[in-house]
Design a protein around this ligand. Sequence first.
Ligand code: SG7
Ligand code: ZN
Length: 261
Amino acid sequence: QIAEWGYENNGAYKWPIMYPTCGDNLQSPVNINIFLAPTSPRLGRLRFTGYNTPAWLTVKNDGHTALVEVKSNAYIEGGGLHGRYKLTQFHFHWGSDNTRGSEHTINGVPARMEVHLVHYKESLGSFQSAQNFPGGLTVLGILYSGSMTNNGAYNDLVNKLSLVLPPGSTPVALQPQALLSLFPPLVGNYFRYTGSLTTPPCSQSVIWTVFQKTIPIANRQLQSFRQLFSSEKNVMFPVRLQNNYRPTQPLNRRIVESSSF
Ligand code: SG7
Ligand code: ZN
């Protein structure tokens, strides 16, 4: 029987055995040293279409993350990207406590959660075909920071997580919501590098954009993510889905650049 990939028991270190690309040299996530990131004149503002009007969203627990599928049309272009990219889903990586959880780290420091907005190049037709082309995918990453008060934009999502606690549960509709209300840092400065999916098969097809500003989130809201169950099982007990982040990977010859506007 083929064991499924996961995060438990240093899971990420075993991925290259079954998924050789995970051992390749353009992998994600990475640490971003903001003092070493040169500003690139190529990296102007990203342009967003359909991010400001209410989007149809559903949330599910896929066993590895809380996955929000986007049923409305939302696109990005500009910001050094070639062509237009369509948003298909966003999902989260979080920790068991506030000292860890994000995949990217800034100056060596992890954040408590990170969201990934997954886009594929529209001209390649579908996510499936785009994921095998260099630059076929572009993922926007935003980190979260602590807050004493609830982030109201997340109330509906957080409440509905309680309806998808088991892995593989049916998707639940969210109230239609403007994406920019969930992700205000999207309009700001960002870092850019070339990398991969952070889960198997670790395809090296992703142009990564990580934003400088964070999104505030209250501890009790984060706790709702930590209540979900993982698709990984110990012999007898279901395990909570926590620390579903991959450790940072070597940059090798890559340079993380900074936007300029
Ligand atoms: C999460 O991260 C899911 C995956 C995603 C993976 O496990 O969101 O999504 C699906 C549909 O399985 O994998 C192929 C893909 O998008 C990796 O995405 S990430 O690099 O942005 N973390
Ligand atoms: Zn991700």
